[in-house]
Design a protein around this ligand. Structure first.
Ligand code: SAH
Ligand code: SF4
Ligand code: F3S
Length: 443
């Protein structure tokens, strides 16, 4: 609770990893806010530091221990400082973190962070990495923290797919969908706070099958109902699995104007042999056919993907198949990673590809993706697009936002306000963004 002599307690949160961690960090801030904590951007002033961690690759999880090293020095000068570790490393390593790092007071997993206030109140060193029966979301306070006109909304969590390389099914648990009515309420609440764009989140978001008033709703139905919420102008969702792209979801891309023309559809590899070893349960050909169907529904859709290079057993031929698939699809954006063996996953048992081979492949795949991304951005120059202003730019009179295709756009617009949707003409493309001017200034 807040002390009248010193003011409210301050909470510093550092977020690693995926968008769901960003969402979870906001929810943890709200849960602690109900206990009188306010968030700060400066770790040095904090009464509590929370590290919301990611376990997906070795590099991501190692960041935790280097940050904890730094916090040791801070705790030496601020003995009352509480240090909490949340997120996927917390789930994977549990009380091992307390053993390794005396600086840590609390370890809380992604499914139990609604209990954080009780843990803090109880004092002492504690670990909670259960998958509790009660619904975390119902136990959390109503949403108050919104950062601008674009918000995340978790609709589904967990994964039952067990790709051979991936820790997510272990750290996030089995697939669970939130009830549709709660999501519609949460969305309306966000819109009442000025949100105009919502990105639905799930580790397998298109496997969504939440309880609706008339039976289970799939993601397509949920999107259709959200599109009817007054004031909610844009919808997106991420991340999808190719095997869960149902016909009604593809159709929604054709006939829901609120559903933005961008789809992140990770394929990981273009080689059937490697896809099989990864336990992806689809072929490269099936993925290409899916891409065709999505493009038939929404011809201008921008596609993005994730790729892993150097998966155990990947030959040069397999890697060429990946490059071939990328050329065949033509992505507007994509992420590529060097395979990282994760403890407890089946692929970690297999002999690795030599590091220098994987490095070389990563460079090649990144060069190809970068050139496709550049072509896609350059094709926007001269076109009219709509931008949702999210924040002021670095230059005076400049606004920054995202286009329908999720390009970052810098717009010279002296009269621009955060939260406006503005038609602009793209004038130039640079490495990571577009420049544009407003089409009309009569606002
Ligand atoms: N739920 C999402 C992705 C989660 S992780 C999905 O199914 O697509 C995001 C990306 O990290 C994955 O798509 C994959 O490309 C990459 N990734 C996951 N595990 C990895 C590992 N062990 N090594 C390297 N990259 C990995
Ligand atoms: Fe991981 Fe595969 Fe599940 Fe995605 S679908 S979260 S890559 S196991
Ligand atoms: Fe990382 Fe966990 Fe997200 S491992 S990518 S924070 S689901």
């Amino acid at each position: 609770m807040s002390d009248p002599a010193t003011g409210p307690k301050k909470l510093f949160i550092k977020t690693y990893g995926c968008q769901m961690n960003v969402y979870d960090s906001e929810r943890m801030a709200e849960a602690m806010g109900a206990e009188g904590y306010v968030t700060t951007d400066v770790a040095d002033d904090a009464d509590m530091v929370l590290l919301n961690t990611c376990h997906i690759r070795e590099k991501a999880s190692e960041k935790l221990y280097s940050d904890l090293g730094r916090l040791r020095a801070l705790k030496a000068v601020r003995p009352g400082l509480k240090v909490g570790v949340a997120g996927c490393v917390a789930q994977a390593e549990g009380d091992e973190i307390l053993r390794r790092s005396p600086v840590v007071d609390l370890v809380v997993g992604p499914q139990s962070y609604h209990r954080l206030p009780q843990m803090v109140a109880a004092g002492g060193r504690q670990v909670d990495t259960e998958f509790p029966l009660e619904d975390k979301f119902s136990a959390l306070p109503a949403r108050k923290v919104t950062r601008g006109p674009s918000a995340f909304l978790t609709v589904q969590e967990g994964c039952d797919k067990f790709c051979a390389f991936c820790v997510v099914p272990y750290t996030r648990g089995a697939e669970v969908s939130r009830p549709a009515a709660r999501l519609l309420d949460e969305a309306r609440g966000l819109v009442a706070q000025g949100v105009r764009e919502i990105t639905l989140l799930g580790q397998n978001v298109n496997a969504y099958h939440g309880a609706g008033p008339d039976g289970a709703w799939g993601l397509a139905r949920l999107l259709r109902e959200l599109a009817r919420v007054e004031g909610l102008e844009r919808l997106r969702y991420t991340t999808s699995h190719p095997n869960d792209m149902e016909d009604d979801l593809i159709a929604a891309h054709g006939d829901l104007p609120e559903l933005m023309p961008y789809l992140h559809l990770p394929v990981q590899s273009g080689s059937d042999r490697i896809l099989k070893a990864m336990n992806r349960k689809h072929t490269a050909e099936a993925y290409l056919r899916l891409v065709e169907r999505v493009r038939a529904a929404r011809p201008d859709i921008l596609l993005s993907s994730d790729f892993i290079v150097g998966f155990p057993g990947e030959t040069d031929g397999d890697f060429q198949d990946t490059l071939g698939l990328i050329r065949a699809v033509g992505y507007g954006a994509a992420f590529s990673f060097k395979y990282s063996a994760r403890p407890g996953t089946p692929a970690a048992e297999k002999p690795p590809v030599p590091a220098e081979v994987a490095d070389e492949r990563l460079q090649q795949v990144q060069a190809l993706i970068t050139s496709q991304q550049r072509d896609c951005q350059e094709a926007m120059v001269g076109r009219e697009v709509t931008v949702l202003y999210e924040k002021p730019g670095r230059m005076p009179g400049q606004m920054v936002g995202k286009s329908d295709h999720l390009h970052a756009v810098h717009v010279q617009d002296e009269a621009g306000r955060i939260g406006q949707l503005v038609r602009v003409r793209v004038t130039a493309s640079s490495s990571n963004s577009l420049a544009a001017v407003p089409l009309h200034t009569d606002k």
